[in-house]
Design a protein around this ligand. Structure first.
Ligand SMILES: Cc1ncc(COP(=O)(O)O)c(C=O)c1O
Length: 363
């Protein structure tokens, strides 16, 4: 029996092993104030994406929660795509906001700026686009809407470590940009996330986020401190940070490997509807559309190839149960399948995925 081809698989080598062993033995494993390797990771990531300030946290969900908390969305509306991981919507709820789901563009599956503008009301405060699969959203159009209606943009860049928009890395454009370093992501940690901030009030926001990620502790001098606001236990630990430092060193080459696989899939898969080829995409996911989603996935698994569905539409989940009709999202989620695209794939495995995808997508 051949080895199972995993849908996601972190790209690690001896350097991660050495780094975590060092942390293990130096006994400095975590610090809420974000010192040591957490600070180092923040500085390196900030340089990589060229942003004004970066604050590391312990998940992408925490990043979204805290980033939205900067813009006082209580009883206000936040416009987002339904085609995302549930955390995107939950982060709005954590802050007492109201999620307003809109449809995506059929080609990129990123939020449709026209639908965003149509959904704006007096209560709208934030637009929350998701750089779906690593394809950058149309930030120019979204920024025009933001300015016209005096809104904020919080980007969900969970898929977009290393993606670019107009020759600048994702993370350098928005008011607040949220990354996830979940093990499945392009830059993998056991768990981790980060908020990049670029707009106005950088110093003020950095101070707020520093405090909120460590149970609200502020004005710390020696062992004394105060708590001026509620906060959470969201700080990143040293093991995640050192893994992140090693992962960041090879992110560009790992993303190049993803692009190589994307080019092969794009050329060799005889499937009309699939993620477009883009030099700006990190290719966190490679999605295709098939008529027989369940059967296709079953056949691939019988042949030891894991596939996935990203995502089931959030607005249809019982908890959200929105009556809004999102035609493109609802149609594509019945057909969409993610194929493995991680840098650990060998050429023989890529060949097998292409051959069997062509075979079973016809069924
Ligand atoms: C689009 C999107 N948003 C948010 C998240 C949440 O990130 P995390 O799992 O690190 O909390 C994820 C990943 O799981 C994601 O894919």
């Amino acid at each position: 029996m051949s080895k199972k081809i995993k849908l996601f698989d972190p790209f690690v080598d001896i350097n991660e092993e050495k780094a975590i062993t060092k942390v293990l033995h130096n006994h400095f494993w975590a610090n809420g104030a974000g010192k040591g390797n957490v600070l180092k990771f923040e500085q390196l990531f900030k340089k990589y994406i060229n942003s004004k300030e970066c604050i590391a946290v312990n998940s992408g969900t925490a990043a979204l929660h805290l980033a939205l908390s900067l813009f006082d969305i209580k009883n206000k509306e936040v416009i987002l795509p339904s085609l995302s991981f549930v955390s995107t919507a939950h982060a709005i709820m954590y802050n007492g906001g109201i999620p307003v789901f809109v449809d995506v563009e059929p080609k990129t599956l990123c939020i449709d700026p026209k639908k965003v503008e149509e959904a704006i009301t007096k209560k709208t405060r934030v637009i929350l686009p998701v750089h779906y699969a690593g394809i950058p959203c149309d930030l120019d159009k979204l920024n025009k809407i933001k300015k016209k209606y005096n809104l904020k943009i919080v980007e969900d860049a969970a898929h977009a470590s290393g993606s670019s928009y107009k020759n600048k890395k994702i993370g350098s454009h928005g008011d607040a940009v949220c990354f996830s370093f979940h093990p499945a992501k392009n830059l993998a940690m056991p768990s981790g996330g980060l908020i990049s901030i670029n707009g106005t009030n950088i110093k003020k926001f950095k101070k707020i986020l520093d405090s909120k990620r460590w149970v609200g502790i502020s004005n710390r001098v020696g062992s004394k401190y105060d708590v001026t606001d509620i906060g959470w236990n969201y700080y990143m630990n040293e093991f995640s940070a050192v893994i992140g430092i090693e992962q960041l060193k090879k992110l560009e080459s790992a993303n190049l490997k993803r692009k190589y696989i994307a080019k092969r899939y794009s050329k060799e898969l005889k499937i009309i509807k699939k993620i477009p080829l883009s030099k700006d995409c990190s290719y966190h996911l490679f999605w295709i559309s098939v008529n027989n989603q369940k059967e296709f996935m079953k056949k691939m698994l019988e042949n030891n190839i894991e596939t996935g569905i990203h995502y089931l539409p959030i607005h249809k989940m019982k908890f959200y149960n929105s009556k809004v009709k999102l035609k493109i999202t609802e149609d594509i989620t019945k057909k969409i399948v993610s194929l493995p695209i991680h840098p650990n794939l060998k050429n023989t495995e890529i060949d097998k995925i292409i051959k069997l995808t062509n075979k079973f997508s016809k069924v």
